[in-house]
Design a protein around this ligand. Structure first.
Ligand SMILES: [Zn+2]
Length: 260
């Protein structure tokens, strides 16, 4: 198979996965609607009004980075030293994150990724929409979910980043595109140090479509050192050198080793 044929195949697989994930997400919206995810009381909402009030305004609410940074449009978390010191030198211009990777967002993300509870994506994106000023996303022309490798996709049956991107795209009326393909399987990042993370992901992504855009947003569930995001940015920038990239994730892990 030539390189060009391989990229065409990746592009076709991306489109099939996007349609499949969209269907899974729509189905998930109807599941879990009888009980509140947190207190299990009968509720017509995924999070009942009492839990939502508690979680968004109670003692835990200080994990929401939005609380301090996002009520205005000055939201670039790369300007926050506490956050910046955890990241490998970013090759993206702007970072928007809902929350620290702590309760309750960590549980929502773990259940979304490993317990097949796709409706958790609806809870997280609903909070994101409530917390983030819409002007922050104003100049973004399209959302690009970070793809999973085919192997991981087959195991999980959906890509959580795709589902998050679809829900945000629907709300903010921004198209979701899939120009990135994971061209080789990589080790899970969780147990690797920042340098290992970077080399584990080298050339893991390729951009398989044209990019007639000036400003895209990469969407992922969690950012730790940003190694995955950096590699995805490189693949996009190889196609379109002066592309502006904003990174949007639902959480940031600040407990791993800081970059050295
Ligand atoms: Zn509740």
């Amino acid at each position: 198979m030539t390189n060009r044929q391989r990229l065409i195949l990746h592009s076709a697989l991306n489109k099939i996965k996007q349609m499949r994930d969209n269907l899974i997400s729509k189905t998930a919206a109807f599941i879990g609607h009888q009980h509140c995810y947190f207190c299990h009381q009968t509720s017509g909402l995924l999070t009942c009004q009492y839990c939502e009030k508690d979680l968004l305004n109670g003692p835990q609410s200080n994990i929401f980075l939005t609380h301090y940074w996002m009520h205005s449009t000055r939201v670039n978390l790369l300007n926050n030293p506490k956050i910046n010191k955890h990241l490998l030198t970013p090759n993206y211009a702007n970072l928007i994150v809902l929350s620290e990777y702590k309760w309750p967002v960590d549980k929502l993300i773990l259940d979304l990724k490993f317990a097949q509870k796709v409706y958790c994506a609806h809870i997280i994106t609903d909070w994101f929409i409530k917390r983030v000023h819409p002007l922050c996303l104003e100049s973004i022309e399209a959302l690009v979910p970070i793809p999973l490798s085919h192997l991981r996709y087959m195991r999980r049956q959906y890509n959580q980043a795709q589902i998050l991107a679809d829900l945000l795209g629907q709300h903010f009326s921004i198209p979701v595109i899939n120009p990135l393909a994971r061209v080789r399987h990589t080790q899970a990042q969780a147990k690797l140090n920042p340098e290992q993370r970077q080399s584990n992901l080298k050339d893991a992504f390729a951009c398989v479509d044209e990019l007639p855009y000036q400003h895209l947003a990469l969407i992922d569930d969690v950012i730790t050192t940003g190694a995955t995001i950096n590699q995805a940015c490189s693949a996009l920038q190889a196609k379109q050198a002066d592309l502006q990239i904003t990174v949007i994730t639902m959480a940031i892990s600040l407990t791993s080793d800081a970059k050295t």
